[in-house]
Design a protein. Structure first.
Length: 198
């Protein structure tokens, strides 16, 4: 499996992935990766117990945002959680929801964003973090500008970038005709039409 194929598969099945997870999927191959992503991990029961302990019926809006962000970032079975939020994953091409857009970038680079801060930015993009809703038309002139601003904020917090080849594999479906390295290249990819799609 090529890095591009693996990246597409991981984008469809997770909230985001690191360069190490991408390399592991390439080495593992398509069939084994699909099986692994679809199977309930042994650690998932303990994770559900942990989330249950953190869940409070009288939780505030900010508490709920913290919990959803925690779940998205740390779930050992992201495919299941993603399907719960967005419906069936398959691998069809579709526009990333605002949640997917933000988490694809922040997880890839290990950037932590305060849940309340992230929630406000997602609302501007038309989606509440604790109530992701179903995929719809997420792109228009206004949301493209807002996505570019969010991408610049996330990328601005990155301390170290992968090399060009790894950065392309991590963020893009394919090699894109863009110049630059590091921050400049990451911003160009995140603002591209290609990155808006799963």
């Amino acid at each position: 499996m090529t890095p591009q194929d693996a990246a597409h598969l991981l984008r469809a099945s997770t909230f985001g992935f690191t360069a190490e997870q991408l390399r592991f999927a390439v080495d593992e191959g398509r069939e084994k990766t699909l099986e692994r992503l679809a199977a309930r991990p042994a650690a998932y029961a303990a994770f559900e117990d942990e989330v249950a302990l953190l869940t409070n019926r009288e939780a505030s809006e900010i508490d709920k945002q913290h919990l959803m962000r925690y779940r998205a970032m740390h779930s050992p079975w992201q495919r299941h959680d993603k399907e719960t939020w967005f419906g069936s994953v398959a691998e069809e091409r579709r526009v990333k929801t605002p949640v997917e857009f933000a988490l694809n970038l922040s997880i890839a680079f290990g950037v932590q964003m305060a849940p309340a801060e992230l929630h406000g930015k997602l609302v501007v993009l038309g989606q509440r973090f604790h109530d992701p809703g179903r995929p719809r038309r997420w792109l228009n002139g206004f949301t493209r500008v807002a996505r570019a601003k969010l991408a610049a904020e996330i990328v601005g917090k990155v301390q170290r970038f992968p090399d060009r080849r790894d950065l392309m594999a991590l963020l893009a479906q394919r090699e894109l005709p863009m110049r630059g390295e590091g921050r400049e290249l990451a911003l160009a990819i995140a603002s591209s039409e290609e990155f808006q799609w799963i």
